[in-house]
Write a protein that binds this ligand. Structure first.
Ligand SMILES: [Zn+2]
Length: 547
């Protein structure tokens, strides 16, 4: 028997088999049960999410010879089987992409005069309807204005903005969603079981991620993997079939940046190029990786990274400031553009990575921001440290505002000297720590901490004061990850507090999870904007790269 591609073999045949579009299938089922079928439907959404499959299922529901209209078409009667095979004379599928002219619509109009031959309804499924010519649209509009009895139109399109509004307004519109990674994994998993193939969960994740929300793409990727003919499929197999660079490589590159290991970075790069990976794909992968690091730093849940990766990514993101990552992204984006017009893409890429490897040598944040700005399109706001007044007790002292800090985990000698100098400066003299003093100085203390632990310092700033007695300060964190990290560093934090106030101060943390806190699971720009306008702006400017 000839091999039947998975997308055909596992095409959904009932409402319940349609993945991740419950918001649509539920309404369609209701309209069938309540006998309130509309005359025209518009199915919109990305490719491969089930628009035409659902159109066929809906057609079967309406025309099934067993108990139709029904929400559970039998899939065995003549009408159902003909619709499945695409040969029903009453369910006509038209490809808008190849039948774009007004004559095609005129033919359709003529045909409409004949009533259905063997069914209750005549159903027209017009795929890629946005491809129709203007005249064809107008002719179609006339038909929709005075539709014959028992005729149902189902239009499908990936580009609804190209469909004229007068058509859209006459349709019941359904927007199909991209299929979430877990739903794709679930489907692929069941297929592997049926086919008796064992597959590494990370490999499944990689396929689902590459499918980018399209079930059809996921199934066709799976076809390629199964064609490999192995009983066990590993992550490495999948990565090599599709030429995807393992995220470990990005991790290693960034680690080498921290370790100032320029030759290590170039070796990794050569290794990737020697394996025949496409440079643009590689740069895209690294951009995507760094973008996710930035989102992780904002505590945004990212559905496109696996749990195994998440831990490693949190670890590496902790070693970089936002500005560092934005800087690397800027270089990568520029490289992507430069290699398009270069006769030696390898050289251009190499130069870029040498530049990235020198990140630690850029000593001040100002320099970093300058270079980002000249490279456009980012405008990172320099961190302004407000002068902080010491309010309480006897000796009113003014704490000298600190300079904007360097960004790398690895401190250069210059920064070390600066910290030392700061430590030697006069400190506020108080006998006993007060809540007001903590509040007034928290920003200054977190600035000191951020030189060693940028992420932890960020979390510290978000803490609430819960209790203070005898120089024992209790702070509460609303985030469990932050709490874990703060607890781990409480000795260092106590030390910085002690030095800052010239007092022996102990700091400890409690976890008070905010029940009202909204977890951002929806990765929309608006949501990201609320957390960080800078990163949102950057993502907006660079979005074309990811889409
Ligand atoms: Zn049937």
């Amino acid at each position: 028997m000839a091999y039947l591609i998975l997308a055909r073999k596992y095409r959904p045949q009932t409402f319940d088999e349609v993945y991740a579009q419950d918001h649509i299938t539920n309404i369609l089922k209701n309209t069938i049960e309540m006998d309130r079928t509309a005359q025209a439907y518009l199915f919109t959404g990305p490719r491969g999410v089930g628009k035409t499959s659902l159109a066929r299922i809906f057609a079967k529901s309406l025309n099934c010879l067993n108990d139709g209209p029904t929400i559970t078409p039998c899939n065995t009667c003549q009408n159902c089987t003909e619709i499945t095979q695409g040969i029903s004379t009453d369910v006509i599928e038209i490809d808008g992409a190849s039948n774009t002219g007004v004559e095609d619509i005129r033919d359709l109009q003529k045909e409409l005069m004949y009533s259905p031959s063997n069914s209750r309804n005549k159903i027209y499924i017009i795929d890629e309807v946005h491809m129709l010519s203007k005249n064809a649209f107008n002719a179609l509009l006339k038909t929709l204005e005075e539709p014959p009895e028992n005729v149902v139109f189902i239009f499908a399109t990936t580009e609804p903005h190209k469909v004229i509004p007068t058509i859209i307004s006459r349709c019941q519109r359904f927007d199909f969603k991209r299929i979430p990674i877990p739903a794709i994994i679930d489907r692929l998993n069941s297929i592997c079981k049926i086919d008796g193939v064992t597959i590494d969960p990370e490999a499944l994740f990689a396929i689902a991620k590459k499918a980018d929300g399209s079930m059809r793409d996921a199934l066709s990727l799976m076809d390629q993997v199964l064609a490999y003919g192995k009983d066990y499929i590993s992550l490495i197999d999948v990565l090599s079939i599709f030429g995807i660079v393992h995220t470990d490589i990005f991790y290693k590159i960034l680690l080498s940046v921290i370790e100032k290991n320029a030759s290590g970075i170039i070796e990794l790069l050569h290794d990737i190029l020697e394996k025949g990976n496409d440079i643009q794909e590689f740069l895209n992968g690294m951009l995507d990786y760094i973008r996710n690091l930035l989102l992780l730093k904002l505590e945004i849940k990212i559905p496109t990274i696996s749990e195994a990766n998440r831990k490693q990514m949190l670890e590496i993101s902790d070693k970089f400031e936002d500005a560092d990552l934005l800087y690397i992204m800027t270089i990568l984006i520029k490289t992507k553009m430069d290699i398009k017009s270069s006769s030696n893409p390898t050289l251009v890429t190499e130069m870029a990575f040498i530049k990235i490897s020198r990140l630690t040598e850029l000593k001040s944040l100002d320099k970093l921001i300058d270079s980002i700005n000249t490279g456009k399109p980012v405008q990172t706001q320099p961190r302004q440290v407000q002068p902080i007044r010491m309010q309480p007790v006897e000796n009113k002292k003014v704490v000298i505002p600190q300079q904007p800090i360097t960004t790398m985990h690895d401190k250069t000698e210059e920064v070390k000297a600066e910290i030392q100098k700061e430590a030697e400066q006069e400190k506020p003299k108080i006998d006993k720590l007060t809540i007001e003093a903590v509040e007034e100085n928290l920003e200054s203390i977190t600035n000191t901490l951020s030189k060693q632990k940028p992420i932890v310092s960020n979390y510290l700033l978000k803490c609430k004061i819960r209790n203070l007695s005898n120089n024992f300060l209790h702070l509460a964190s609303a985030n469990s990850l932050a709490y874990d990290m703060l607890r781990d560093e409480k000795e260092i934090i106590s030390d910085i507090f002690s030095k800052h106030f010239n007092l022996k101060i102990k700091v400890d943390f409690t976890l008070e999870e905010d029940k009202n806190k909204k977890v951002i699971t929806d990765l929309t720009l608006d949501n990201i904007k609320k957390e960080s306008p800078t990163i949102a702006k950057f993502i907006e400017d660079t979005d074309s790269i990811f889409n």
